[in-house]
Design a protein around this ligand. Structure first.
Ligand code: GLY
Length: 365
């Protein structure tokens, strides 16, 4: 077991630790026991993760004196829906969970969202501990308290902010990820580098973090740096009134690309392409420093992620403007202006259409 780093988050509503290291699952129960007064732990997981890690998770919680029940739902974004949510809540009630008990989210982003929202809703809110099992969940979705489920009209349209009481990011769990799922997480990692950490960005451009890496200490170091970047933003703006919007860099176009692919292309892949597209447009408009776009393209491509999209511009425009982050008649776009520099620009729909024309499907061959 190794703890590389503990990152302390001080959000307005709650302070908590994000423990990053390897071989941590065995100590999960003791760590939960140290921060929660729960007698019951309710583990939510999915059909991909449960066969691999649920038994170890439950054993650790039981060894710490907690009574454990669980709910495993079929893996996939298509199950992040009201029906699954209701079944989880029914099982929580059936297990006799009280307001003092704790939900454990064991899985990737879908599990974290689903379990977090169930915890936020059950008896008007009980504690949740996030145990992310994908790189994307470790560097992004398990930290910061966003929880949600999807509606037929769009992703994450119903949800709540609930900061976890603890996050345990055990990078040894990443060994069982499909290569493509590992790489997907790198979309958010590169985004964090562009937003706030030039050293991280330059390091990744030269030494991409590729699937199959056996250097757990390096992996944990990269995860902890990303958590610290997100921590700084969440501490300043927990509920996305201002600075937290910058974490949506690459996401306006990224979400449109994701929707146009009917969610068959990973979120991180779409964010990476969206990031490159907005950087290309920003440079063409003179908003970003010369050379930024090529620099971002190189770093993104080095991770094995796409730098552009072939989706038709009109389709992108329609999906981007359906996005819940649209405000009134305009769109708030996060524009990278340099590495470690970005600005929030409110643009009209016509201007956004021009951004799509400049940035999408225009990468140099
Ligand atoms: N993934 C962006 C955020 O948590 O705000």
């Amino acid at each position: 077991m190794g703890v590389a780093e503990t990152v302390r988050v001080d959000a307005r509503s709650r302070s908590y630790d994000v423990v990053v290291g390897w071989g941590l699952l065995a100590s999960l129960g003791a760590r939960v026991h140290a921060v929660c007064k729960a007698e019951n732990a309710f583990v939510v997981s999915d059909s991909n993760v449960a066969p691999l890690y649920l038994a170890a998770c439950e054993a650790s919680l039981t060894a710490a004196g907690l009574r454990v029940a669980s709910h495993v739902f079929p893996a996939g974004e298509q199950h992040k829906r009201m029906g699954t949510f209701e079944q989880i809540l029914e099982d929580m009630a059936g297990a006799g969970l009280t307001r003092d008990d704790v939900v454990i989210a064991l899985g990737g982003g879908v599990v974290g969202d689903m379990a977090g929202f169930a915890a936020a809703s059950y008896m008007r809110g009980i504690e949740v501990v996030q145990v992310p099992t994908t790189l994307l969940a470790m560097v992004d979705s398990s930290v910061g308290g966003k929880t949600a489920i999807d509606l037929s009209t769009g992703k994450n349209l119903v949800g709540a902010f609930l900061q976890p009481s603890l996050v345990v990011a055990d990078v040894s769990l990443l060994a069982t990820l499909d290569d493509e799922v590992f790489t997907d997480g790198m979309g958010e990692v590169v985004k964090h580098g562009v937003l706030a950490d030039e050293e991280l960005f330059d390091e990744l451009a030269v030494h991409p973090l590729l699937p199959g890496t056996s250097d757990l200490a390096y992996l944990a170091h990269i995860v902890a740096r990303n958590v610290a970047i997100k921590r700084d933003v969440v501490n300043a703006d927990e509920t996305e009134r201002g600075l937290r919007q910058t974490l949506n860099l690459g996401h306006t176009l990224g979400h449109a690309i994701e929707a146009a692919h009917d969610f068959t292309l990973g979120h991180g892949h779409c964010v990476a392409a969206g990031l490159c597209c907005i950087a290309r447009a920003a440079e063409a408009l003179g908003w970003a420093e010369a050379g930024l776009s090529a620099r971002i393209d190189r770093c993104v491509a080095a991770q094995g992620l796409p730098i552009d999209t072939e989706v038709a511009h009109q389709t992108l425009l329609v999906f981007a403007t359906l996005d819940k982050k649209r405000h009134g008649d305009g769109v708030n776009v996060i524009v990278p202006t340099g590495i470690s520099r970005c600005e929030i620009r409110r643009v009209s729909l016509a201007a956004f259409s021009h951004i799509i024309d400049l940035g999408c499907g225009t990468s140099p061959a």
